[in-house]
Write a protein that binds this ligand. Sequence first.
Ligand code: NAD
Length: 437
Amino acid sequence: MNQHNPFQNALAQLSAAKKYVKLPAGVWDILANAEREVTVHFPVVMDGGHIEVFHGYRVQHNSLFGPYKGGIRFHPMVNLDEIRALAFWMMIKNAVVDIPLGGGKGGVIVEPKVLSEQELERVTRGYIKAIAPVIGPYLDIPGPDMGTPPKVMAWMTEEFKVQSGRPLGKFKVKLKENEILATFTGKPVDKGGSEGREEATGRGGLYALLALLKALNTTNKYQLSNKPITVAIQGFGNLGYHFAKLAHEEGFQVVAVSDSKNAIYLPQGLNPEKVAECKQKTGSLAKCLCTDKACNLRNGKVLTNEDLLELPVDILVPAAIESVLTGENAHKLKAKIVFEMANGPTTPEADEILAKKGILVVPDILNNSGGVTVSCFEWQQNLKNEHWSLDEVNRKLKKKMVAAFDAVWQEAQKKKIDLRTAAFVVAVKKLAERIRN
Ligand code: NAD
């Protein structure tokens, strides 16, 4: 098995649950195979006037609980197996957090950073034109992921409006304005988005982390520092930044963050908002470190992304890409808890090593489910023509995250299994029940 193939890793995680839930082989087969996989190739006119053909995917893994749901990734390393894995994890995640949505995911092989604003818009519109026949408010609802911030989601919605006005075949029905909005989540708030969606994945993660610390409180089995608890975060994009900011506000000591180029480490802790302001100005985390007395980021070190993973912290938070903790580096980890926020950051081989080292791994399919939960709220608000306040969104999000954490924690205690397998058991039981009925 290729340990860096995320889809193989995802299926290995599913297999691990087989020991704990007795189901006919056919049910496992249904869960392991996507209902539909769409590959698209679409032309884009570049600024120089020439045409480039881009390649993208939309994988619709499973619709047992409702319309397919999952983000769209714009990244140069996108490939079909990665999108398959992400769509599969969406099915599991949505079942864990108990929302009426299935699992899907999309992606385009593109490096957004090298495109002009106009080229990025044309790539976005080209992809949506290509997948328009297979998405819709009751069929498949794309959302944000790496490289697809709110402005990109707004272009997608506008393009879908254009495309949905065109004949798409004999099943075409005319969509209302609110149904067009409900086809995408992660939109800007003034364009039909939900309050709190942008930071929802980070906020949901923090709710899960606080629930974990409460559950561990009685034993301190993992010997966490007496306050402040130290945290290193790989990835400083939408998810990493918001998680870092909220954790800092909650009193955690964020000592390291990284982007795709490098990491910065400040043992005394850093202020994520100040770091983000600086990165915005200088374009680089490394350039934000300084020596003068008035500076917020004094006495820091520049590290590689790999070094960050090995820092002696209480909690390591991978929040960038998949398969960063592997059989090669897992034995070097010094963190006491790996709190996964990216999708699929730990390979099954690394999971085994970390378990032997006594490092607690808290899984992605629980921790980052706050993003899709508020996406679900956004979809529901659009369909009902409602707009919920930030307080209402956060209250509902907290309730969902705490309930999901408790279900997974109790399953793990009852069966004496790791939290990832427990999350799979919780999800698979619900999905199997739906298959039976
Ligand atoms: P983003 O594009 O906003 O940020 C990605 C971050 O990762 C950036 O800081 C980037 O520099 C860094 N990065 C990219 N390639 C890297 C590499 N090779 N090594 C280290 N760092 C690298 O994306 P995001 O929305 O923050 O998503 C990050 C992760 O969270 C992904 O795994 C995504 O699937 C997952 N996720 C995101 C959401 C969401 O709502 N945004 C929800 C659930 C899960």
